[in-house]
Design a protein around this ligand. Structure first.
Ligand code: NAP
Ligand code: ZN
Length: 350
């Protein structure tokens, strides 16, 4: 075991405190990573505050991890000491089920080992559940460690490990590209990367944000249009417009209103994970053969494809780097949508 510094929260309404945690000794396929940057995803906030229930405390969130390999196990072949690497939402899966064999480990039928808050044997993580990237070091099996291409800074790459792949995967699955009208609901951490990715894929991108306050940024990220959903006229004007709508909003939304913005055969994909169920009338779907779906991050091969795509297109997240003692403030600001566009913790401040 080795000791690492980490920032943990000990209760749903607690504040982050610095603690020491144990990381396991390297097994033959393990990689030890010196974490340099860790993004703050809204899922971290949902978990730290127990909004999805079942949070084990002390909780160390963080699944947008970028760093440098500092040691490797005896049989590791994919990574070497000094490599620039990333870790996203998963650190393991069964490797044998249909999903895993298809490279879609996030849908592992025997259960994914998420980067934090997943029960594991104590030999894997002292304490018996995974602890995430708000930490100076992590140990991860090599198949779940991604390579960060040289063209992207580690700080702006970190958020791609969750926000990037979560948008890249549905954009690819639903064929965003030239001739397709794609709308992104919510321009926060996920949404702003989605705008950049969809534009780089060649789609005509519209942002549906609750106000026009970030319009200039949205157009700079590649959107062709930007509408305020706080204005009811938007819903009238855009009725039947889109091939694909991706909802990244972390709060409850009147999904029915957004489904009506789809054209024939259009799909609305839910990525945001609020507590309450979404409701939609069957007739709203049936009338235009519309689909309502969801999507969860993306598999390991596609995550690497996404990082390579971002390097080729000069895409990184827009970030505000913070010291570790400002995590509580960053959470409050993220909940208030006061973030441009992702907080990233500089672990050198731990
Ligand atoms: P975020 O940075 O906080 O952004 C969420 C955006 O939603 C905000 O910027 C805001 O955009 C909009 N919004 C927030 N509160 C709202 C409200 N009350 N009414 C209307 N719009 C509101 O969050 P994030 O990190 O992008 O994560 C978004 C959601 O995705 C979270 O629920 C997270 O758990 C989930 N998530 C899902 C996956 C997956 O695999 N499916 C992966 C990662 C995260 P505007 O200001 O532009 O309106
Ligand atoms: Zn996330």
């Amino acid at each position: 075991m080795s000791t690492a510094a980490a920032y943990a929260v000990s209760a749903p309404d607690g504040t982050f405190e610095k603690i020491a945690i144990e990381r396991r000794d390297l097994g033959p396929h393990d990689v030890l990573i010196d974490v340099k940057y860790a993004g703050i995803c809204h899922s971290d906030i949902h978990t730290a505050r127990n909004e999805w229930h079942g949070t084990a405390y002390p909780c160390v969130p963080g699944h947008e991890i970028a760093g440098i390999v500092s040691a490797v196990g005896s049989e590791v072949t994919r990574h070497r000491v000094g490599d620039r690497v990333g870790v996203g939402c998963m650190v393991d899966s069964c490797g044998e089920c249909e999903s895993c064999l298809a490279g879609e480990q996030q849908y592992c039928t025997r259960g994914v080992t998420w980067t934090y808050n997943t029960p594991v044997p104590a030999e894997q993580q002292a304490g018996g559940y995974t602890l995430g990237g708000y930490s100076t070091q992590v140990v991860v099996t090599e198949g779940f460690v991604l390579s960060i291409p040289d063209g992207i800074g580690l700080d702006v790459a970190a958020p791609l490990l969750c926000a990037g792949i979560t948008l890249f995967s549905p954009l690819r699955h639903w064929n965003a590209g030239p001739g397709k009208k794609v709308a992104i609901i919510g321009m926060g951490g996920l949404g702003h990367v989605g705008v950049k990715l969809a534009a780089a894929m060649g789609a005509e991108v519209t942002v549906l944000s609750h106000s026009l306050s970030k319009q200039e940024d949205g157009l700079r990220f590649g959107a062709a249009h930007y509408y305020a959903t706080g204005d009811r006229a938007t819903f009238k004007q855009l009725r039947g417009s889109f091939d694909l709508i991706i909802n990244t909003v972390s709060a409850d939304l009147p999904i029915e209103d957004y489904v009506k913005l789809l054209k024939l055969d259009g799909s609305l994909v839910l990525l945001g994970l609020p507590e309450k169920p979404a409701t939609v009338r069957a007739s709203t779907l049936a009338g235009m053969r519309r689909s309502l779906s969801g999507s969860m991050i993306g598999g390991i091969p596609q995550t690497q494809e996404m990082l390579d795509f971002c390097a080729a297109h000069g895409i990184g997240a827009e970030i505000e780097v913070i010291s570790a003692d400002r995590i509580d403030e960053a959470y409050d600001r993220a909940v208030a949508s006061d973030v441009r566009y992702r907080f990233v913790i500089d672990t050198a401040t731990m």
